[in-house]
Structures are given as structure tokens and as C-alpha cells.
Design a protein around this ligand. Structure first.
Ligand SMILES: Nc1ncnc2c1ncn2[C@@H]1O[C@H](COP(=O)(O)OP(=O)(O)OP(=O)(O)O)[C@@H](O)[C@H]1O
Ligand SMILES: [Mg+2]
Length: 592
């Protein structure tokens, strides 16, 4: 009989698994905090020493663990959260694998103490690097205290991978922030080396975000609250980095309350921001996606940071559309604080102003080339500012959002007087956005018009791209692309959406198929068309030193108020800013 194969002893199994679950102090902390959340705690105190490498101590006031269960709690595959297989496909708690405490306690000097409300005394159990001690009574309040000392002291090879104390602390701090953001109903205190870091009282989501990341996050947000009949729900806040003075790079996405890192979601957010974000900037967001439990699998990796969606394409398009809608709101409907703090409520004057004409630079090749395309009848007319204006009605009560123009500064900026201060507008940037949005709208109104290629074009594709084509045939044709298969490795493109650059067809078709395969959704073509429009808009927009009359400047301001995304130029930079009289008084120290 062979005896080469044998079962590993429990301690060794625990240590092997600890490698996955407990990557560093912050991952141990995450497991412990998730247990407190699952136990319905309303108060959690966290004390760390040396970035969590020396000690992690978490005290909660949750439901607690009965004395008889204490030793099971630190055993592998022992959990109170999962009973049968059906539960596995409808996980409502953060934990379910029954391995968090087993893993942590096998690689640390570990104490677990607990007192459920119904139990007269508390009890404590210790696991000293795998050596489990008998249970003892202990005097404590209702709840649970978990102590992790000297993590990885019994595995020096592993301990070497830990970074400096301050790096490990930063990781722990991020974990606390995620738990705090997703549970604003829980009061959270964090101490590091006996110093208070956070003392967070129970509050709502927005104020919890503000308490953690600063006043900017209370002032400059876009709120999201979208729901579909399919049960998808997206809520939370997104932030445009151009409007954050103190950008903390907050990027948190929660699926059914669980923090996740997911490429599909990240791409969806990026798409939601496309056209309003400078390419070097990243959006800030705290978003909660709620979705039926059976539509998402959280049992992908022991750290539970990854998820799989049953229909990732539907999730992608829901998330990107919701964000696009929120950040694209025009001035009058924006529900961000920007509209309340920076902009004033609107009161449109009714007289229609129609007769502004001034020449723009139309001589550029790219514009003439575009004008020669079949949609010429939709080309922007030189009179681009066809909006409302009423120069007489300049009384306080009728001030529009962006006020009334007073002067042109240095041939670049428009200076305008608003109800409570002054506004400076970057004339070219603002005009560029107004034109871009008009072009896009006209293009959309025409739906996606296809143009037949004179010579059909053969595109060689990889096996994955061919598979994507077969799966997403319908989406591809909805994009205005007419494509057929001619061999296992070749597609033939017969018609393409209007305005697509003929030289880029092969590249765009391949990019489209690759994105479809990855995310089930794509805006490759849309982005390309937007790029073309963006170039045109830039060429058509008023240039520096182009003298504008007061009426023309006012017309641009009114057009901005009517335009989606007018807060940002086509490259994601802000188009205007405001100084209130209060700001000016402060600068001149008036009344101090
Ligand atoms: N702070 C706590 N309050 C109350 N019960 C707790 C607490 N921490 C742990 N427990 C109990 O101990 C059990 C084991 O915890 P452990 O973290 O090891 O596994 P789990 O949370 O069930 O699953 P996972 O490994 O996915 O986290 C839990 O199922 C729970 O019953
Ligand atoms: Mg757990």
C-alpha cells in the first residue's frame, strides 16, 4: 500500500489558507470588522498598534458569540451564516465561508472574547499561534472583543513581506473607511498608536463621506438614485475631480453592501464620465449597486473582493447610463450641491433672442470636409446662440444662473455679474462645449445613419473577436455597422456609421469587438464620433481676441445654461467659476 499521500493536519491547512485570506494586517482587520457588521453592531472601536502588525483590537456591541460556540468560531468551516446549499446562492451577510477567524488565529497570538446579551458573563478563548487554550470567564460588556497580536510572528518568511508601519496603517485606514462608508448607521472610532484618527458618529451616507474626506465632498456632489424594474438599483454620490479642491481620490463601489473591485464596473464608471473628464483625472465615487442576490456570485475568491454578474452587460449599461445622466445634468435640473451652492436658482426671461450673428472661423479643412458630408443640412449655422435674453430685466429677482455679461477680459474671458457676485467664463472652452452638445444632439436625432462603403473592407480577426461578433451580432448592427463573416478569421465590413474615419475601420471594429467581449458593452464608436465632433467644435468655437458684444456674450451665457455638461469643456476642464460678494468681502477683510 502506498503511503505517499496523507492528510495535512488542521493547523497546517489553516496556515495555508491564511495566506489567501490574511494577506496583511488590513485583511485581518477587514474580516474582523465584517463580522461586527454581520453581528448588527451599532458601535465599533478599533485600536491599532504599529500599523496593525503589533496589535489589532476590535470591540463591538453586536449580538456576541455564546460560550459553547467560542471554540467553533475559530475552527475552519464553522459558521453561523450559511446552513444549506441554497443559502450559498443568496448570500446576505458579508461573511459565509467560516474561515476568517480560523485563518487569522492560526498566524497570530489571538484572543476572542464575547458576551451575548442573554449570557450573564463573558468568556474568552485564546489561540497562540495555533495552540488553542481552554475557555475562561472574563468580565466584559455585551458584544465581542477580538485581539490579534504579532501577526505572522510564527511565519517569518511571510512577515518579511509586510511593508512599513505607515504603509500597513494606510491599508488598515482604507479598510475602516470602506466599512464606515457602507455602514453610516454604525458609530466608528479608530485609534492608531493611541492617537485618535476617526471618531465617527452615526449619520447619513453623505455626511459620513464628508466626515471622512472633507467639506468638498459635502459641497460638490452629484447624487445618483436610479432604479430599474429588473431590480437593479444604483445610489450614492459621484464627484468631478475638477471641482474638488482637496481631492482624496475616493473610489468605492459596493455590490449588495460589499466593497468590490471589478473591471466591468470600473469601465462603466469611466464610460459614464466620458466627454467630461480630463484624461489625467479619475472620477471620485461612492456607489451602491443593489441587485437580486441570485444575479451575482460573491464566492469567487477568499478575499471576496471580486464578484461575477450573471448579466454583466446589463449591469454595465445600467451603471454607465446612470452616471452619464447624473453628471450630464444641465444647470436647471442639476441636483448636485453645485447647483445650490455655486449656481443660483434660475428664473428665465421669456423674450426670445434670435438675431445674433457673428462670424466664426469656418475655413479649416476639417470643418469643410465635414460640411461636405451628407448631413450638411444639419451643420451648425453661424448663429449658434439662439437663446433667451432680456437685457432690460436685470433686477435681482430675474438674474439668470450665469448672470449678465459686463465685459470681455483680455479677449479670453467673459466677466459677468450674477445675483450674489461675479462669474468668469472661459469663452472658448464654453462655446466649444455648447457646439459639441449641439452636434451630438443633431447626430442622435438622425439616429445612427450608416453609409455604404464603396469597397467592402476585409478585417482579419482573432478567435476571441470572432466569438464576440457571434455573440453580439445584434449590438454590432445597432451601432450602424453592417458586417458579415467570410471565413473563420475574416469579417467583411459593408457599411459603417456616418462620420467614422474610413482609415480607422479595421481598428475600430476590432476595438468594438474586444470591448463587447470584455464588458458586454462598448462606446468605442461613440467616442470616436465624439472625437470628430470635438475637433470640429474646437475649430468652430470663438477664438481668443475675437471681440464679442455684450449681447453676444449674454447669448453664450444663456446657451450654456441650456446645455448639458456645460460645466466642463470638451477636455474635462471647468468652463467657469464664481466669486461671491461674501468671498470678495473676505478677501478685502470687510466687516472683520
Ligand atoms: N464580532 C462577532 N460578533 C458575533 N459573532 C461573531 C463575531 N465574529 C465572529 N462571530 C461568529 O463566529 C463565526 C465565525 O467567524 P468567521 O469570520 O471565521 O466566519 P464567517 O464570518 O462565518 O465567514 P467568513 O470566513 O466568510 O468571514 C461567525 O459565523 C459568527 O457566528
Ligand atoms: Mg467572517
Amino acid at each position: 500500500m502506498s503511503n505517499k499521500i496523507h492528510r495535512l493536519d488542521d493547523n497546517l491547512v489553516n496556515r495555508i489558507c491564511a495566506g489567501e485570506v490574511v494577506e496583511r494586517p488590513s485583511s485581518a482587520l477587514k474580516e474582523i470588522l465584517e463580522n461586527s457588521v454581520d453581528a448588527n453592531a451599532t458601535q465599533i472601536n478599533i485600536e491599532l498598534q504599529a500599523g496593525g502588525t503589533k496589535q489589532i483590537k476590535v470591540t463591538d456591541n453586536g449580538s456576541g458569540i455564546e460560550a459553547d460556540d467560542l471554540s467553533l468560531a475559530i475552527e475552519r468551516h464553522a459558521t453561523s451564516k450559511l446552513v444549506n446549499e441554497d443559502d450559498l446562492y443568496a448570500i446576505k451577510t458579508l461573511g459565509f465561508r467560516g474561515e476568517g477567524l480560523a485563518s487569522i488565529s492560526s498566524v497570530s497570538w489571538f484572543n476572542l472574547s464575547s458576551k451575548p446579551l442573554e449570557q450573564d458573563a463573558g468568556y474568552t478563548i485564546s489561540n497562540i499561534f495555533g495552540d488553542i487554550k481552554p475557555i475562561k470567564p472574563i468580565s466584559m460588556r455585551n458584544g465581542t472583543i477580538v485581539e490579534v497580536n504579532d501577526l505572522y510572528n510564527n511565519i517569518p518568511a511571510r512577515k518579511k513581506f509586510l511593508k512599513t508601519e505607515s504603509t500597513e496603517f494606510q491599508h488598515c485606514k482604507s479598510v475602516v473607511e470602506r466599512i464606515a462608508v457602507s455602514n453610516s448607521q454604525i458609530a466608528v472610532n479608530l485609534k492608531h498608536n493611541d492617537k485618535d484618527i476617526y471618531q465617527l458618529a452615526t449619520t447619513d451616507l453623505l455626511h459620513r463621506i464628508g466626515d471622512l474626506f472633507g467639506q468638498d465632498y459635502l459641497d460638490r456632489y452629484f447624487e445618483i438614485n436610479e432604479e430599474l424594474t429588473t431590480g437593479y438599483k444604483l445610489s450614492g454620490y459621484v464627484y468631478h475631480p475638477a471641482y474638488l479642491k482637496n481631492n482624496k481620490n475616493v473610489q468605492m463601489f459596493f455590490v449588495n453592501g460589499r466593497f468590490v473591485r471589478d473591471k466591468v464596473l470600473q469601465n462603466a464608471i469611466k464610460q459614464g464620465f466620458s466627454g467630461v473628464l480630463h484624461h489625467e483625472h479619475s472620477p471620485n465615487y461612492v456607489l451602491f449597486l443593489t441587485i437580486n442576490y441570485d444575479e451575482v456570485d460573491v464566492n469567487v475568491h477568499p478575499s471576496k473582493h471580486e464578484v461575477r454578474f450573471r448579466d454583466s452587460s446589463a449591469v454595465h449599461s445600467f451603471v454607465s447610463r446612470s452616471i452619464r445622466k447624473a453628471v450630464g445634468q444641465d444647470f436647471s435640473t442639476a441636483n448636485s450641491a453645485q447647483s445650490t451652492n455655486v449656481f443660483e436658482p434660475t428664473s428665465q426671461s421669456s423674450q426670445v433672442f434670435n438675431n445674433i450673428n457673428y462670424s466664426t472661423n469656418y475655413d479649416d479643412n476639417i470643418v469643410s470636409a465635414w460640411l461636405a458630408k451628407p448631413i450638411v443640412q444639419h451643420a451648425p449655422t453661424p448663429s449658434l446662440f439662439n437663446s433667451f435674453i432680456d437685457n432690460q430685466a436685470q433686477e435681482e429677482s430675474t438674474y439668470p444662473l450665469l448672470g449678465y455679461a459686463i465685459a470681455q477680459l483680455q479677449g479670453i474671458y467673459i466677466l459677468s455679474q450674477s445675483k450674489d457676485g461675479m462669474i468668469v467664463v472661459d469663452m472658448h472652452a464654453a462655446h466649444e462645449r455648447v457646439i459639441l452638445e449641439k452636434l451630438k444632439q443633431q447626430f442622435q436625432n438622425d439616429a445612427i445613419t450608416s453609409q455604404q462603403l464603396l469597397l467592402p473592407m476585409v478585417v482579419s480577426v482573432t478567435a476571441q473577436e470572432m466569438e464576440a461578433f457571434n455573440i453580439y451580432k445584434e449590438q454590432v448592427s445597432n451601432l450602424g455597422l453592417s458586417i458579415d463573416i467570410i471565413s473563420d478569421t475574416q469579417l467583411v465590413v459593408r457599411s459603417i456609421p456616418m462620420l467614422l474615419d474610413d482609415n480607422k475601420i479595421s481598428e475600430l471594429v476590432k476595438d468594438t469587438l474586444r470591448e463587447l467581449a470584455k464588458y458586454g458593452n462598448t462606446n468605442v464608436l461613440e467616442n470616436h464620433v465624439e472625437e470628430v465632433f470635438s475637433t470640429m467644435a474646437c475649430h468652430c468655437a470663438v477664438r481668443a481676441n475675437h471681440q464679442l458684444t455684450i449681447a453676444e456674450m449674454n447669448a453664450l451665457l444663456r446657451d450654456m445654461e441650456q446645455t448639458e455638461r456645460a460645466n466642463y469643456c470638451n477636455h474635462g476642464r471647468p468652463t467657469w467659476f464664481k466669486l461671491t460678494i461674501a468671498d470678495l468681502d473676505k478677501m478685502f477683510m470687510r466687516g472683520q
